[in-house]
Design a protein around this ligand. Structure first.
Ligand code: 5GP
Length: 389
């Protein structure tokens, strides 16, 4: 087994062959470090290889230029080999330290020494899968992480439930055969990190109530080439008859919504006829991490906020053929009472006058005949998003 990248590139790493689990292979390692390089400044990165085994992950991180690495393994034989690996590579005590103890005692030791980490690798033996969740919880409980520290865990579990740990956010999960690698980020101020967009796009679909946004979006989601997905918003309005929690919206109460605001958990949020609506940062980041183009179906105030933060977002506004037509559509939908219908109709007029008057969005599309609407939006998107064949 060899180091892949950096100052120790091609150096051979010895490991115990009879161990029940084998060291992480080079393809997975390479992929992990390709993710990490987006988040870390290696020179300042203090690392810990928590279930070190041969120490290959910690060594690779030092090779990338990591500042210091703690290696820990409860198995004496593994630590002996690791020590030899370090000696061979002339990695001395300025760069590394080995502990031979349980993960909890090791973390307690870090805490006692007031050490703070920026990167933790968690790759325990598969038969001890509970160790992933337990060790993540322990590092947070013991406060041994710097702000924005990254935690990387390799496991056979697709999901790890650490939802009680408010301070860490899942950045990404990558699948390799029957293994998963989870990347989390720690935020001591409990605020979510700002979202990171790479080659994919945010696509805003706005339009007055009743214009047919849902129908248009459903049709667009079937266009595989556009590689689209939909961001489910949070709202305090009551579900309509056919709406499902988690599918149409996440329906929450005022108190819960206001807590999300206080925790800075929204990309944007707005009030629409007395009810809150908002777009979750973690939810959208998860979709972006799947390398999808994400549709946000939001009203104007929210859309303006998104465009301000992400000028490359594509904002499409759907218009009805006429106001009369719109009123008929809202009434025909039969989802609101007459008072609510009137409020929505007045709001719709206000919105249309505002967006068209100030020419706020990137594209206006009149939604008269659905086929024509879809063709027009496809034309707009095909120019701007990466097409999947
Ligand atoms: P409805 O109650 O008809 O589902 O939605 C009312 C309005 O809220 C619509 O214009 C819809 O686009 C908008 N909306 C839905 N989700 C969000 C959101 O997350 N943020 C914002 N700002 N508006 C949203």
């Amino acid at each position: 087994m060899r180091i892949i990248h950096g100052k120790y590139k091609y150096r051979k790493i010895d490991f115990i062959k009879h161990l029940k689990f084998s060291p992480i292979n080079s393809a997975i390692r390479e992929s992990i470090f390709n993710v990490l390089k987006n988040y870390l400044n290696w020179e300042k990165t203090k690392i810990c290889d928590l279930f070190a085994g041969s120490g290959i992950l910690g060594l690779e991180a030092l090779s990338w230029g990591g500042n210091f690495c703690f290696f820990n393994d409860i198995d004496q034989k593994s630590c002996d080999i690791l020590k030899k690996n370090l000696q061979k590579m002339k990695i001395n005590s300025n760069l590394s330290k080995i502990f031979t103890t349980s993960y909890s005692q090791f973390i307690a030791q870090l805490k006692k020494n007031k050490e703070l980490l920026d990167l933790i690798f968690i790759d325990p033996p598969y038969q001890k899968k509970h160790l992933v969740r337990e060790s993540v919880q322990e590092v947070i409980k013991q406060s041994v992480l710097n702000n924005n520290a990254i935690l990387v865990a390799k496991t056979k579990q697709e999901k790890i439930d650490i939802s009680t740990q408010k301070e860490i956010y899942l950045l990404k999960t990558k699948k390799y055969g029957d293994h998963y690698v989870h990347f989390w980020q720690f935020n001591s101020d409990k605020k979510q990190p700002e979202i990171i967009i790479k080659n994919n796009k945010l696509i805003i679909i706005s339009g007055p109530s009743g214009v047919g946004k849902k129908t248009v979006i459903t049709r667009l989601l079937n266009e595989a080439k556009l590689n689209l997905t939909y961001s489910v918003s949070l709202t305090t309005r009551a579900p309509r008859k056919n709406e499902k929690d988690g599918l149409d919206y996440y329906f929450i109460n005022n108190e819960e919504f206001e807590k999300e605001i206080a925790d800075n958990n929204f990309i944007e949020y707005a009030k629409y006829i007395d009810k809150y609506y908002g777009t979750s940062k973690t939810y959208v980041q998860r979709l972006l991490n799947q390398e999808k183009n994400v549709i946000l179906e939001i009203e104007i105030i929210g859309a303006i906020k998104v465009k301000k933060k992400f000028p490359k977002a594509i904002w499409i506004f759907l218009l009805p053929p006429t106001f009369d037509d719109l009123k008929k559509r809202i009434e025909k939908r039969n989802t609101e009472n007459p008072v609510e219908i009137e409020k929505r109709f007045q709001k719709a007029k206000e919105e249309i006058n505002w967006v068209t008057g100030d020419n706020l969005c990137d594209h206006f599309v009149i939604n008269d005949k659905i086929e024509e609407t879809i063709t027009e939006i496809k034309k707009i998107l095909e120019k701007q998003v990466k097409i999947h064949d």
